[in-house]
Design a protein around this ligand. Sequence first.
Ligand SMILES: Cc1cc2nc3c(=O)[nH]c(=O)nc-3n(C[C@H](O)[C@H](O)[C@H](O)COP(=O)(O)O)c2cc1C
Length: 343
Amino acid sequence: MTALRTQLGPLELTSPLVLAPMAGYTDFPMRRLACRYGAGLVFSEMLSGEGTRRRNPKTFQIARFTPEERPIILQYFAVEPQMAADVAKVLEELEPDGLDLNFGCPVKKIVQYSGGAALLKDVPLMAKIVEAAVKATSLPVSVKIRAGWDSQSVNAVEAARAAEESGACWITIHARTRSEFYAGAAHWEWIGEVKQNVSIPVIGNGDVKEANDAVELRNQTGCDAVMIGRGAMGYPFIFREANALLSGAEPVPPTPVERFEAAREQLGLMIELYVEERAVRHFRKHAIGYLRGLPSSAVVKAKVLRLPEASQVLETLEKYFTALPDKPTPRSGAVFEQAPVWG
Ligand SMILES: Cc1cc2nc3c(=O)[nH]c(=O)nc-3n(C[C@H](O)[C@H](O)[C@H](O)COP(=O)(O)O)c2cc1C
């Protein structure tokens, strides 16, 4: 697997595939599964700058991680330099492998508070925020941006250069503007443009739905690493499949039993993290991914979405998956029908 080794600033990764930060999804169970199946780097859900600074217990629960998830980046948003510095110091105590500043979140509540993608409208302030975080910590600091605020103001190259000059170790670009939210196809050409205009590593992101897309994205843009978000929901196997393709091997899709085992492990870890009732509720959105594209899965899905207890969910899934033919079954069907509001 040496072909997969990737240097990202000071971090040496075993794979160029990165699990995206996704609020409400990339908790430690999802990250652990992603690592198990071959992600070279994982990101936390976005942490609130203010909540972290005040050491809010809820924020700290989101920041919790385990050694199996390393290397792990804790992501947060800050609206001014002092906040960025204070939060960097607090998060440093948790000893992650790096910190990431979010300049891509399109959510109204965040941009109205001048956070996330709103900073793309004020690149000098964004640069000061990056600089303050870099000065405050010895950890690598990276940034995640969108391509700009809207189609009239695409400024990914300007923002990326400013981040580099301010000391960012690498940059992730989600190739859409804030106004696009998740509509339409990601504009991968913008990732290529950023790559050609900075010297720090670039992680490309947007619309990697299948393993093949990861290879395509890297080939088309020359990006150093590829970030996968929605494509990994209920399907950690995308990392294994894409790693195989990147190293010139044949990807092996999971068997139904393998899918069940991964789902069972994820739910078990979620019960460790949350109370059972909350774990079962949160697990439902992941279960949809585990079932997607399989024969007659709609009936099971409808059932799993109603069941209140973990044992009932597991029993239903086990019965379904073990009745399917025991052979590798590729995922099929639209991956992105959920309408996310974040990122
Ligand atoms: C439910 C959801 C939550 C997200 N939360 C975050 C977040 O906390 N921080 C962030 O930088 N991006 C967030 N994003 C954006 C993703 O990291 C990623 O940029 C986006 O989904 C595009 O990648 P994909 O096409 O592979 O999903 C979120 C996306 C989704 C769908």
